[in-house]
Design a protein around this ligand. Structure first.
Ligand code: KPL
Length: 312
C-alpha cells in the first residue's frame, strides 16, 4: 500500500514516520523545501517523549511532479485553508479507488476535499497526538493521544477497520467511530478553547488550565461554541470544559498548532476554528462576541506579520 502524506508539518511528519513502521510505503509531501531537503539528506529526526531521538529514513518530495508512486491512501494534513490547492496538485498520483483521510484541525475539511475528489472516497478522522516542528528535518513528539477514524456518516465500514488496524500496527492508539462528525465538533471545542488564546498571548498550552484569567476566557469561548454546536444538532458532553483543561494539561509544555503558526509567522487555521464558530453562529442567529473578537485579533496579528514578510 502506498500512502501519501499530504502535508508534512509536525503532525504529517510524525504520523508518516510511525506509519513507515508498517508494511506501507510512505511518501511525505510538503512545499516546505528546507524540511523536505533535510529529510532527504539526513532522514527525519523525532525527539521522543522520553527525550531520546529516533531517526526515520523516509521518501520525501517538495514538488507534486517528483512524487513517484500512485497513492492508495492520501492522508490530508495540510492546513485547512490549503486543502483544495494541495489536493488538486497531486490528483495525477491518485486512481479510481484512492482513499482520502482527513486528520486536519477545524471544521469544513470534508467539504473542502469533496470539492476536489469523489465524496465516496473521503473518510474522516481526528487525532489527539501532539507534535511540534523544531527545525527542518526535526520534530518533537509532544504527547500520545487517541486517533479516531470513520465514515463521514453511518457505521464504520470494512475500509475504516482496515485503516484502524494499519494505524495500530504503527503503534498509534486508534479506534473506529460511527459518530465522526460529532467527534470533530468535540475536538473543535478543544481547539477553540486552547489554540486562539495561546496564539495571541504566547503562552504554552498548560497555562490555559493553570491561570485563572486564561481559564475564564477559554470557558467563555467554549460556552459560545457549545451553543452553536447544539444549534447545529450536536450534543456536547457536559464535561467539555474539563476535557479542554485536561488536553491543555496533557500538552502543557507545547505550544498549540496555532501558537506555532504565529511563532513562525505563518497563516493560521483561525477561519476553520473560531472563525467557523462565528460563521455558523450567524447562520443559527447565536451571538458569538468572544469568538468574533478573538478571531479578529488573530487576523490582525496575522495580517501584520504576513505584510511585513512582503516588505523587502
Ligand atoms: O490540537 C491541538 C493543536 O494544537 O492544534 C491541541 C494541542 C490539542 C490543542 O488544541
Amino acid at each position: 500500500m502506498h500512502i501519501l502524506m499530504l502535508g508534512a508539518g509536525a503532525m504529517g511528519s510524525l504520523l508518516g514516520a510511525r506509519l513507515s513502521r508498517t508494511e506501507a510505503d510512505i511518501t511525505l509531501f510538503s512545499t516546505n523545501r528546507e524540511h523536505i531537503q533535510a529529510i532527504q539528506t539526513h532522514g527525519l529526526a523525532i525527539e521522543e517523549l522520553d527525550g531520546s531521538e529516533s531517526h526515520y529514513k523516509l521518501t520525501a518530495c517538495d514538488h507534486p511532479h517528483k512524487i513517484q508512486d500512485d497513492a492508495d491512501l492520501v492522508i490530508v494534513l495540510v492546513k485547512s485553508y490549503a486543502t483544495q490547492e494541495a489536493l488538486s496538485s497531486i490528483l495525477h498520483r491518485c486512481h479510481a479507488s484512492t482513499l482520502f483521510l482527513t486528520l486536519q484541525n477545524g471544521i469544513g475539511n470534508w467539504e473542502n476535499i469533496a470539492r476536489v475528489v469523489d465524496t465516496e472516497s473521503v473518510l474522516l478522522g481526528s487525532t489527539a497526538q501532539g507534535a511540534t516542528f523544531l527545525e527542518p528535518g526535526k520534530i518533537r513528539h509532544g504527547g500520545n493521544g487517541v486517533t479516531f477514524i470513520g465514515e463521514p456518516r453511518g457505521p464504520a465500514s470494512h475500509r475504516v477497520h482496515c485503516l484502524v488496524e494499519l494505524f495500530r500496527r504503527a503503534g498509534l492508539e486508534t479506534h473506529s467511530s460511527d459518530i465522526m462528525e460529532q467527534l470533530i465538533w468535540e475536538k473543535l471545542m478543544v481547539n477553540a478553547g486552547i489554540n486562539v488564546i495561546t496564539a495571541l498571548t504566547g503562552i504554552r498550552n498548560g497555562m490555559i488550565a493553570d491561570l485563572e484569567t486564561a481559564r475564564e476566557l477559554s470557558r467563555a469561548t467554549v460556552e459560545e461554541a457549545v451553543r452553536v454546536a447544539v444549534a447545529r444538532g450536536f450534543e456536547m458532553p457536559r464535561n467539555i470544559m474539563e476535557r479542554v483543561f485536561k488536553v491543555a494539561q496533557a500538552t502543557a509544555v507545547n505550544r498549540s498548532s496555532m501558537g506555532q503558526d504565529v511563532d513562525r509567522k505563518k497563516r493560521t487555521e483561525i477561519d476553520a476554528i473560531n472563525g467557523a464558530i462565528v460563521r455558523f453562529g450567524e447562520e443559527e442567529k447565536i451571538p458569538t462576541p468572544v469568538n468574533r473578537t478573538l478571531t479578529q485579533l488573530v487576523k490582525i496579528l496575522e495580517a501584520g506579520y504576513l505584510k511585513e514578510k512582503e516588505i523587502p
